[in-house]
Design a protein around this ligand. Structure first.
Ligand code: SFD
Ligand code: AMP
Length: 650
């Protein structure tokens, strides 16, 4: 095995994961850092130009408030989350997000404009963009702001290090290069962990040749959750995953079809489940008050679809792209204009996918789908952790002081905006819980907010914390253990890890070790079958959740047998350890909240209804004790900082 070199980097503020929120942190942080003589360093497991969820590009900016007020946005988010969000955090982003979008335009991002030069809206909050190069454009600005010499790419951060003299203060981070045999040890005063959400915790619907295809990018593997929880940060809403409704197999987005093209989705028998659900006596009336609001909350839209597919057996669900395109074209004044309009709509439909989900365009092409000629299937996908979209998992952070009420201040504010309960440890984007619907623009905005506060923290806490070097030595051994384990045991079998059976590559079973791929399959199976994945039609109960907790414990024990053939597989090993942390937190939160609040995301079959009295006013929070390997799960109050009437328009 190669010898590993140790590289030490000392800085003031470390930005871990320059995706959308991390790029926002770079742009804003660089400004305040220069004024205050603070040094910023950035580290990414990938190449910043195309890292994170926006790597493939996006076709819309989903948060732009325009002339709406932050309270308008809050009312939308609170309803979509079935009543549970942090009002202060949501409004804080909403009041700054327009500035971010204008900044993006300044960076060179093409935003669609109409004949009068106004932005083209997809829906009330969403703007259409030509976004194939969205991340590259934003990353270029971020790189220029912090300076190329301060950016370290291809280094996977494994764990945070705490101050030797204060276990509630962060002091460093440790990771390894995925290209060279190098361990990186960072020492700093503060850090912003913005390493995204988590994919492949639940079994994906894709199998065989499509395996690995998922809605969420395969490279975000729960690191934000692992890094913050294992440092002792309080987490919130880990039970609130997101199940995106997507075009079948390619996971193409539906937003543009529903909002821009005004398409309807129906069951195979033509039942317009959303319209019917809202009508007098419809299913949505069983979920007051959120079932009666517009837009219908994301989970309830899923719920209605699931009733058709799984309870009534009237799937597949069809998105009537053809009818929508025809209906828009019909409005043209004459036949020639209609033809022109049809061509334009057809191009827009393809671009929607080509800008962000290229594989869906490939599937359409491969299956001879013409969106203007016939409908396409949509499906609820597997669950993901993405607190910045329509899920809510993440850390419990301090909010802005000026947006607190008398009651909220003691629970929601402790000094620095977006700092977790661990001193000097900040987060943003998917990292912050109970404040969803920030998407790309809101995540960038939140990164800006966090960076400004983190620089302030560095200025006001100028002493350098001390890391425990003995612990670092132990961690170095632990980090590379899977490489050693492979070397020690590889000769037990003769074929390496991959062999062929019936002409298919299969992973060889070596009784001494577990490969990262097999570890992931094992995690996926546990989560799918016992924690409400698609295989169990999103159902779970205390019984199944407890089985999952036992199996997760066994899986964690077997992680000492993980084997990696190279640095890439070493990263895959650590990704699975990160994933399993969020899997366990999620399972414990689901078990604790004895109700079904987000039908369409998951169902507690033993508590099939929403229980407003017991659970309507509380978040489920948790703290993990890494030394004891124990979770403490408890509730935190929801404060309505603003009283708003439910029911808003689209
Ligand atoms: O509509 C480590 N999102 C959309 N937002 C929009 O505004 N419009 C859309 O059109 C969107 N669509 C969409 C979206 C997401 C996805 C997955 C798809 C489609 C398919 C949401 C946004 O993308 C999302 O809100 C933000 O990107 C969240 O930002 P952030 O910063 O929380 O995460 P990131 O951008 O993924 O960045 C993560 C970074 O961390 C790095 N990283 N680095 C070091 N060590 C480790 N251990 C690390 N682990 C991860 C990553 O490399 C990356 O740099 S729509 O279809 O839904
Ligand atoms: P999606 O493509 O599903 O990620 O959606 C993009 C944006 O449109 C997000 O803000 C969604 O919440 C929103 N959206 C998608 N479908 C609908 C719908 N049927 N009604 C209201 N909003 C929607």
């Amino acid at each position: 095995m190669q010898e590993f070199k140790t590289i030490e980097v000392t800085t003031d503020l470390l930005i871990i994961g320059p995706g959308m929120s991390g790029s926002g942190a770079c742009v804003e942080g660089a400004h305040w850092a220069k004024e205050n003589n603070v040094k910023i360093t950035v580290v990414d497991k990938a190449a910043m130009e195309r890292s994170g969820a926006v790597a493939m590009g996006l076709s819309a900016i989903n948060q732009y408030t325009g002339d709406n007020t932050p309270i308008d946005y809050l009312s939308y988010v609170r309803q979509d989350l079935m009543g549970l969000c942090r009002d202060d955090l949501v409004m804080d982003i909403a009041r700054h997000v327009n500035g971010t979008v204008h900044m993006f335009e300044g960076f060179g991002l093409p935003i669609w404009k109409d004949a009068e030069g106004n932005y083209v809206h997809e829906g009330r909050w969403q703007l259409m963009i030509n976004g194939e190069s969205y991340k590259a454009i934003v990353a270029e600005a971020a790189k220029n702001a912090v300076g190329i010499d301060n950016i370290i790419e291809r280094v996977f951060i494994v764990q945070l290090l705490l101050d030797k003299n204060d276990k509630n203060r962060v002091a460093g981070a440790i990771g390894f290069s995925v290209r060279e045999p190098e361990i990186y040890v960072f020492k700093f005063k503060a850090c912003i962990v913005c390493t995204g959400g988590a994919v492949h915790v639940f079994r994906p619907r894709s199998t065989g040749e499509g395996l690995g295809r998922a809605w969420y990018p395969p490279w975000n593997a729960g690191s934000t959750s692992y890094l913050t929880t294992t440092a002792g940060a309080e987490m919130t809403s880990q039970e609130v995953i997101f199940v995106p409704a997507r075009f079948k197999d390619g996971y193409g987005p539906v937003g543009a079809w529903f909002l821009l093209f005004k398409a309807a989705a129906t069951s195979a028998t033509g039942f317009n489940y959303m319209a019917e659900g809202l009508s007098e006596g419809g299913e949505l009336h069983n979920w007051p008050p959120y079932g009666k609001v517009k837009p219908i909350p994301t989970c309830l839209r899923n719920h209605l679809m699931m009733i058709e597919m799984f309870r009534k057996g009237e799937g597949p669900i069809l998105m009537h792209t053809d009818k929508a395109i025809q209906a828009i074209a019909e409005k043209a004044p004459d036949e020639r204009a209609k033809k022109r309009e049809l061509k334009k709509l057809e191009a827009e439909a393809w671009e929607d996918f080509l800008d962000m989900t290229i594989s869906q365009a490939i599937i359409w092409a491969a299956k001879d789908v013409f969106p203007e000629k016939g409908p396409s299937e949509i499906m609820p996908s597997e669950p993901y952790f993405i607190g910045s979209h329509s899920g809510a998992s993440g850390a419990w952070v301090s909010g802005p002081e000026d947006l607190q009420s008398e009651e909220s201040k003691s629970d929601y504010f402790w000094g620095y905006n977006r700092m977790t309960t661990v001193k000097g440890l900040f987060t943003a984007g998917d990292g912050v819980g109970a404040s969803s619907h920030k998407f790309s623009s809101g995540s960038f905005t939140e990164g800006r907010i966090a960076a400004k506060a983190a620089v302030k923290f560095c200025v006001e806490n100028p002493e350098m914390p001390e890391i425990d070097m003995a612990e670092v030595e132990k961690l170095k051994e632990k980090i590379i253990a899977p490489l050693k384990h492979y070397e020690e045991h590889k000769k037990y079998t003769t074929l390496g890890t991959v062999t062929k059976k019936y002409d298919l590559p299969i992973e060889e079973v070596n009784p001494n070790y577990i490969t990262p791929k097999m570890a992931m399959f094992r995690l996926n199976k546990i989560m799918d079958e016992y924690v409400a994945g698609w295989g169990s039609q999103y159902n779970c109960s205390a019984t199944t959740l407890n089985i999952a907790l036992d199996l997760l414990q066994l899986l964690k024990e077997d992680f000492s047998k993980l084997a990696a053939r190279n640095l890439h597989e070493l990263m895959r090993c650590w990704e699975n350890i990160h994933r399993t942390q969020i899997a366990e937190a999620h399972t414990r939160h689901k078990l604790f909240r004895e109700e079904t609040r987000w039908p369409g995301y998951y169902y507690r079959s033993d508590f099939p209804k929403m229980d407003e009295e017991k659970w309507g006013d509380v978040f489920v929070n948790s703290v993990y004790d890494a030394e004891k390997d124990e979770f403490k799960v408890f509730t935190k109050p929801k404060h309505k900082i603003v009283d708003i009437k439910e029911v808003v328009g689209m």
